[in-house]
Design a protein around this ligand. Structure first.
Ligand code: PEP
Length: 251
């Protein structure tokens, strides 16, 4: 997939049905930048309704926050990729640090989730990023490279080309502490160079790599103007239409 400007909002476990639909309505009716693909990621209960609200909308899509690695079966409480696709989800976030940390999802499991998503026509937004102690030890590049090697770098090139990557340093998520532009650029450039090594330059240049971690209207411009940053995965600031739109207008 050719590289795009993307702003994806991850609502996490926030917004009731009415609150969620009000937020989507506000985004739908607002003036949005034509060149930016905006993605909303509500809790799965809202997927179907949001998807029907967004029919015919240009550059405004609905994603899911997670999917199970199996197609169906005795997995109480879980949601499968085909269920999400049938409900209208176009993409799915896989490997968010909260899933890794609180639900013990490791690289091997995440790879099976990515394969499952791709098998059911859901585009993965694959997250990676280092915790604070790794950043302080100065081994963040090796840490993130290892996350990629053990997961999505196992994919054939034709599948890898379908995914969107999101670099999210864990110490910046929900903390108000954003990565400095040079820290984000260093990692994004490194990720792109590893894609060149693993696949080739064309694939690397076509891969959209988002930054996530306390991105907000005040810092989005500085981040999005970096050569290897193609947009943002936004948590807290995606819960308010005005903030999310201001971020989308920051390219
Ligand atoms: C996230 O959870 O993906 C995220 C980036 O959160 P926040 O923007 O709130 O730091």
């Amino acid at each position: 997939m050719p590289r795009k400007k993307i702003v994806a909002g991850n609502w996490k476990m926030n917004k009731t049905y009415e609150e969620g639909l009000a937020l989507v309505s506000a985004l739908k009716n607002a003036s949005r930048p034509e060149s930016v693909w905006m993605i909303v990621t509500p809790p799965a209960l809202l997927t179907r309704e949001v998807s029907s609200m967004l029919k015919e909308q240009n550059q405004l899509s609905v994603a899911a926050q997670n999917c199970h690695q199996e197609t169906s079966g005795a997995y109480t409480g879980e949601i499968s990729a085909p269920m999400l696709r049938a409900a209208g989800a176009e993409l799915v976030i896989i490997g968010h640090s909260e899933r890794r940390q609180y639900f013990g999802e490791d690289n091997a499991l995440l790879l099976s989730k990515v394969r499952q998503a791709l098998a059911h026509d859901l585009q993965p937004i694959f997250c990676m990023g280092e915790p604070l102690e790794i950043r302080e030890a100065g081994t963040h590049l090796e840490y993130v490279k290892n996350q990629l090697e053990k997961s999505v770098f196992q994919l054939a090139e034709s599948d890898f080309k379908k995914i969107i990557l999101a670099y999210e340093p864990i110490w910046a998520i929900g903390t108000g502490k954003t990565a400095q532009p040079e820290q984000a650029q260093e990692m994004h450039q490194a990720i792109r160079s590893w894609i060149v090594e693993k696949y080739n330059t064309e694939t690397a240049n076509d891969t959209s790599i988002l930054y996530g971690g306390s991105c907000k209207p005040a810092n989005a411009k500085d981040l999005f103007s970096l050569p290897d940053v193609d947009g943002g995965l936004i948590g807290g600031a995606s819960l308010k239409a005005d903030d999310f739109l201001a971020i989308a207008h920051s390219f």
